[in-house]
Design a protein around this ligand. Structure first.
Ligand code: AMP
Ligand code: GLY
Length: 422
């Protein structure tokens, strides 16, 4: 079979790497891909939001399945367009993807279906929002309604910080129309975890649990990033707890969407805050997490193509999905300056040496070719991932592989998976 992967980050490299292990996959294409993906897939230059061109490519090359990595094409309706043309594609429709692309839709949906989430109020006027923030006091959370590349959420320790955030979103319009409306939300405390499931809209199959490290510096300090590392499984999510998350969150979401005429197919990701053994939803994503996918797919035994086809064809219940007992850890190597501005084009050394370590895999994120060199081309550059008998062994191996790699200004966290090792 021929598969097209839409996207070009660490998550898409992990998807391509896992698919390449399938006997049934003859050829993988990826758009735009990156220098690592290019070693297992043919990278093509079609813009990820040019759906007409993508559809032409899929028809012309007789692609059997398209897998969408990032949220942007999903929120713009790529699935609706492909399905209308009878093409197999993995991901939710535009309407269902609003669980991620509109915080207001997501919060109101949770309220309608009694899914545990922080108390909130929605505002379209700056003055009313400011009044509300002053009345509620801090800490408080301000969220732009629409997609803002992970930058539209402000956990504000003081009222002044919250008002600065409101100004940035609603007056300076830092995120354009994503900031037409804001959600002002109660600030939750606890430990965060990522919980992803495969679903065909009826059957729900949990993936291995994981935890991400959002802040740039060790000890969870500094500004938020796309994710500086992840590990799987997360010890905080025991099998009993997993069942509770499915029963109180995932099942009501999938059934609720179906009842409202938006049957959900693909991957559903819940960002959770856990306190006193109770999970509360911070956000939904309608795709795989990045970097959570790198360790999670490293632990998957079952053929990923079989899973994708079972989802798109609505027979996920017939499949027995298995996971390896090992643990996996991913350490992200980032460019100097990230998550602020950073330079591109720096030569990366030591990739082959790192990949040669048994049990370690270097997933590329922001990388490109420059003649015969592989160079940096993004903020998050690589996700060095290793498996081991437990989290400690996986972490030690991942850092051993990290030591082989170098590029000017390379920065990474030295404490990935610390919560699992306390
Ligand atoms: P979101 O995009 O909604 O997940 O927000 C990004 C990050 O902001 C989350 O991973 C949390 O660290 C934090 N966050 C979001 N909502 C809340 C909340 N209600 N209370 C505390 N932290 C939050
Ligand atoms: N790692 C968080 C995300 O993918 O949204």
């Amino acid at each position: 079979m021929k598969v097209l992967i839409v996207g070009g980050g660490g998550r898409e490299h992990a998807i391509a790497w896992k698919l390449a292990q399938s006997q049934k996959v003859d050829k993988i294409y990826c758009t735009p891909g990156n220098a690592g993906i290019a070693s297992i897939a043919e990278c093509i230059e079609v813009a990820v939001d040019d759906f007409a061109a993508l559809l032409d490519f899929v028809k012309y090359e007789w692609i059997d399945l398209t897998i969408v990595g990032p949220e942007d094409p999903l929120s713009k309706g790529i699935v609706d367009i492909f399905e209308k043309e009878g093409r197999r594609i993995l991901g939710p429709t535009k309407a269902a993807a609003r669980l991620e692309s509109s915080k207001i839709f997501s919060k109101d949906f949770m309220r309608r279906h009694r899914i545990p989430t922080a108390d909130y109020k929605v505002f379209s006027s700056y003055l009313h929002a400011e009044d509300h923030v002053r009345m509620m006091g801090a800490p408080i959370v301000i969220k732009a309604d629409g997609l803002a590349a992970g930058k539209g959420v402000f956990v504000s320790p003081t009222v002044e910080d919250a008002i600065d955030a409101l100004r940035l979103i609603m007056k300076e319009r830092a995120f354009g129309e994503a900031g037409d409306h804001v959600v002002v939300e109660q600030c939750l405390e606890g430990e965060e975890a990522s919980f992803m499931v495969f679903t065909d809209g009826d059957t729900i199959v949990p993936m291995g649990s994981s935890q991400d490290h959002k802040r740039i510096f060790d000890g969870d300090k500094g500004p938020n990033t796309g994710g500086m590392g992840a590990y799987s499984p997360a010890p905080i999510i025991t099998p009993e707890f997993e069942k509770r998350i499915v029963d109180t969150i995932m099942r009501p979401v999938i059934d609720g969407l179906k009842a409202e005429g938006m049957k959900y197919k693909g991957i559903l990701y819940a960002g959770l805050m856990i306190k006193d053994n109770t999970p509360t939803v911070l956000e939904f994503n309608c795709r795989l997490g990045d970097p959570e996918t790198q360790p999670v797919l490293s632990r998957l035994s079952t053929d990923l193509l079989d899973i994708c086809l079972a989802i798109t064809d609505g027979r996920l219940g017939e499949l027995n999905i298995e996971w390896k007992p090992e643990s996996a850890v991913c350490v992200v190597l980032a460019s100097k300056g990230y998550p602020g501005s950073y330079e591109k084009g720096t030569i990366i050394k030591g990739l082959d040496e790192a990949n040669m370590i048994d049990g370690a895999t270097v997933f590329h994120a922001g990388t490109a070719f420059n003649n015969n060199d592989i160079v940096t081309s993004g903020g998050r550059v690589l996700g060095v991932t290793a498996t081991g008998a437990d989290i400690r062994a996986a972490r030690d191996l991942a850092y051993k592989a990290v030591e082989k790699i170098s590029f000017d200004g390379m920065q990474y966290r030295k404490d990935i998976a610390y919560r699992a090792l306390r």
